[in-house]
Structures are given as C-alpha cells and as structure tokens.
Ligand binder design. Structure first.
Ligand code: AHR
Length: 492
C-alpha cells in the first residue's frame, strides 16, 4: 500500500507546548502508595520516593503532572495531607472505596514533582469543597509569607512558595458518579467564584474549568456552553477527558478511535468560539485534554477488589501492543491540534492505567504505551506542520471511514520528525513524503514499535516483549508505530 504525506513549512499548525506531554497521579489504587512512594523499598530515597520509578518518569520527560485527582479530589480536604505525618487522619475515601492514610499531601507531592522534573497541576475540590478552601490552598502553596497560611507552610518545612501555576477547578463535575456532582449552571457559578478568589490570591495562576467527562455524556455541548457562559472571563482552559477500549474485540475499529478524540476537540473548540462570540470577547479559550488513555482491561477485576484497604490494586490495566498503537494515534491527534490543545495528561502515570508499573517492594517495568509516549514527549515539542495525507481508508465501524495511516510532522532544531501509525492489520505502507520548503532531507533514524501479536504485553518477568526496534527506513509495517527522523535544510 502507498501513502503520501504532504506538508509545507509555510503552513504550520503551531508550536506544540511541552505541557502536551503531561500526565496524572491520583490518590487511587497504587499510584501514590507503592507507586511513587514506598519507604522501605530498596530504591527509596530519604523521602520514601522510589528512585526506580523516578528514573522512568524522567525518561518520559513529563513537564506537568495533575494531582491529587480525579474523582478523589471531589471528597478531599487538602488540610488532611499537611503537617506532622503522625497526626494526619486516616479517612474512608469515597471515590474509590479505599482507606486514605494521607502520608502524602501537597507538600510531599511538590517535592516528588521537583525530583521528577515536573510542574504540579493542582486540582481543588469543588465537589464537597468550598470557594474558601480553594483560595486557602492557593495561599498555602503560593503566598510567599506573612499570612497565617503561608507561615503554616513555612513551619511545615517549605520556606519558599511552591509557585504552582496551573490549577483545575474540580474534576468531572458533570458526572453523576462525582461526589458533589452539579448541574452546569451550578458548576459554572462556583467555578467562576472560586476562580475569582484564587486569582485574587495569586493573579499569575492559570485555571482549567471542567468540560465534559466524555463526548458521550448526555449533557455534552450544553455543559460546555453553560459553564463557559458563567466563567469564560475567569478561566484559561476548558478540560476534555476521554478513555477508549477494545470492548468488542474489533482491533480495526479500536485503532480508529482517535477519530473520536479528533472530533471531540473540534466540537469543543467550536463551542468555546461560539461563547466567545456571544460574549464579544477576543480571548481564545485553550483546551486541556487532562485525561486520555485506554482504560477497560481492569474493569471486571476492579469489581472484586477488597474495599476499605490501603492502596488496593485498582485500575491496573495491562496494556497490549494494540493499546500502544492507539496511544500513538491519540498522541498524533493531540499534536495535530496543538494550536488549541495546550495541555495533555496521559491518565495516569504509575500503576493506575499507567505506562509505568511496579511491584510492592520489588520490580518496575514499562508497559507497551510507555514507548510512543516517550518518543512523542522527546521529539514532538516543535513546530507541528499541517499534513495532508493521501492514503487508502477502511471501515472504522462506529468511527466511520478511517485513513490507514495516522501521521503528523514536527520541525525542531533542523530536524523533521514524522510520527506515523500504520493502522492496516495486513499491509505494509510505503510512505512518500512531500515536504515543501525544505531541501536535502536525510533520514537518520527510523524507530519502530512492532509486534506480530496485537495482544502482546510486557510483564515484570517479561518486560522486553514489546520494545522499540529499528525500521528499514522505507516502509511502515502493518500495525506499527513509527518515528522517522530527518535532517532537513530550509529552502531559500
Ligand atoms: O483516571 C481515572 C478516573 O477517570 C479519574 O479519577 C476520573 O476523573 C475519571 O473518570
């Protein structure tokens, strides 16, 4: 099969923000306890953080990590996680039916994030929480000193303010499962008031309002419009969340699911622009796709997990090779929308629907989805070019007619990187590039993620089943993730 990718240096989409390659750590399952934090683990540092995990997070180069939830945040009192550890309460955590020990809170997480080389994207509780609690948390974190809350932080050992720049106004407040679920009007109002108070404490912060928790929500569209009519002026981003799964066992259809993400982004952008027009404003509402991934493998198993335990093994999806291809398609889709989507968070980072897995007290390894994320994070932070793909299509089932190749091109430091997934399950693809505005294109690397078995997985015993290899530089194997790197000169 042949495919042609046409791009022109004169027609960029925009600059991919580093934050497009963010991730997410929630107080859920073994993400925090047994994931990033395990005092007593052979690799734990003096703060109890697992160095083996930190090394892998650094390899992914995650510029921003959303914390502490997720559904968790909607019942969370941030004061439970500050001050002397031995005095912190154990709580019945209602989002995930677990026991929360509060041994990690905002201060410790900030320390971990510094070690990981990441900024924190802090969520405030707008479920059971109040405007007062939200503005207090900003003051505790970001106020230099001289007030009760900032001095309290200093007493807790954090002399310098954390300087947390990006804040989420609650989580998935459109979802009936959410503690403190609200109507769009109710949420729009509290988001507006929380935003005002938080920005009065620290005017430099940027705020993310909750959009829909998926495009399939009955309230989708109306939710975005009503929320933004209430708080457009006060916020900087609107969130989108989306999870996919091969529930029907139809791999061809599953590989097409990034078309849903693409449509979701386009639709939400249109709604934002409609509200902007109605309000006669200039400001563009940017998008924060702060939860995306494959999530379905663990659903059944999670029903059996014992309730009211500390750090139970929840949402521990074991990712297949085809999931990695989907992750690749989703990353390409985010890049193609980098003019609008400024933050992306792979949900999540460790143990919970995660690229990084650990054993309590033991080994760590990379799941299949680790690899496309690592490549995109390392090589995607440049000028994304608009691409026109000329290739055969196939029936993507619910996702409609789908191109066999998903691809994007990024220019950075005299290099062009083409990320491409060949969705065809049977045919290899010869990819012809027509890159206008460049000359002397020289391929110097072709990374490839390929396995003959779409269901191949990595485990602690067999961590190297699905790992990157080298392609032939000419063709994209059937069902493969590819990173083609070229030296390129700009044409005069
Ligand atoms: O990432 C897992 C959960 O998915 C989050 O807690 C929630 O926001 C979403 O529904």
């Amino acid at each position: 099969m042949k495919a042609k990718l046409l791009a022109d240096r004169a027609f960029p989409v925009g600059q991919a923000a580093p934050e497009l390659f963010g991730s997410f750590i929630e107080h859920l399952g073994r993400a925090v306890y047994g994931g990033i934090y395990e005092p007593g683990h052979p690799t734990a540092d003096e703060q109890g953080f697992r160095q083996d995990v930190l090394d892998m997070v650094r390899e992914l180069d995650v510029p921003i990590v959303r914390y502490p939830g997720g559904n968790f945040v909607s019942g969370y009192n941030w004061r439970d996680g500050i001050g002397p550890r031995e005095q912190r309460p154990r709580r019945a955590e209602l989002a995930w039916n677990s026991i929360e020990t509060n041994q990690i809170g905002v201060g410790e997480f900030q320390e971990w994030a510094k070690k990981a080389g990441s900024a924190v994207m802090m969520a405030v509780n707008l479920g059971t929480g109040t405007v007062q609690e939200a503005r207090d948390l900003v003051e505790y974190c970001n106020f230099p000193g001289g007030t009760a809350l900032s001095e309290e932080r200093r007493q807790h050992g954090y002399d310098k303010p954390f300087g947390i720049q990006t804040w989420c106004l609650g989580n998935e407040m459109d979802g009936p499962w959410q503690i403190g679920h609200r109507t769009a009007q109710e949420y729009g109002r509290i988001a507006c008031e929380a935003a005002k108070a938080m920005k009065l404490v620290d005017p430099s912060i940027k705020l993310v309002a909750c959009g829909s928790s998926s495009s399939s929500m009955a309230t989708f569209g109306e939710w975005e419009e009503t929320v933004l009519m209430n708080c457009y002026e006060q916020v900087d981003y609107l969130s989108l969340h989306s999870y996919y799964g091969n529930r029907s066992g139809n791999s061809a259809e599953f590989l097409a699911c990034s078309r849903d993400m693409d449509r979701f982004i386009t639709d939400v952008s249109a709604i934002c622009d409609a509200v902007r027009a109605r309000k006669h404003l200039d400001k563009t509402m940017y998008l924060s796709f702060d939860e995306w991934n494959v999530w379905f493998h663990s659903n059944e198993q999670d029903e059996k997990v014992e309730k009211w335990t500390v750090a139970p093994p929840l949402l521990e999806d074991v990712y297949t090779f085809e999931d990695a291809l989907v992750a690749g398609c989703l990353l390409i889709t985010l890049l193609r929308h980098c003019d609008r989507v400024k933050i992306g968070c792979l949900a999540q980072l460790v143990n919970v629907i995660a690229p990084i897995m650990t054993e309590n007290g033991g080994r760590n390894w990379a799941q299949t989805i680790f690899w496309p994320f690592r490549d995109a994070s390392a090589l995607g932070r440049g000028t994304v070019l608009q691409v026109k793909l000329d290739c055969p299509t196939y029936d993507g089932g619910t996702y409609g007619e789908t191109p066999c190749v998903e691809a994007v091109a990024v220019e950075k430091d005299g290099e062009i990187t083409v990320f491409a997934v060949n969705r065809s399950l049977t045919d290899s693809v010869e990819l012809e590039l027509q890159l206008r505005g460049y000359k002397n294109l020289q391929l110097f690397e072709h990374r490839e993620l390929y396995h003959e078995d779409l269901k191949a997985i990595n485990t602690a015993d067999r961590p190297d089943t699905v790992v990157p290899g080298t392609g032939d530089g000419k063709s994209l194997k059937p069902h493969s993730w590819n990173v083609l790197r070229y030296h390129a000169e700009v044409e005069d």
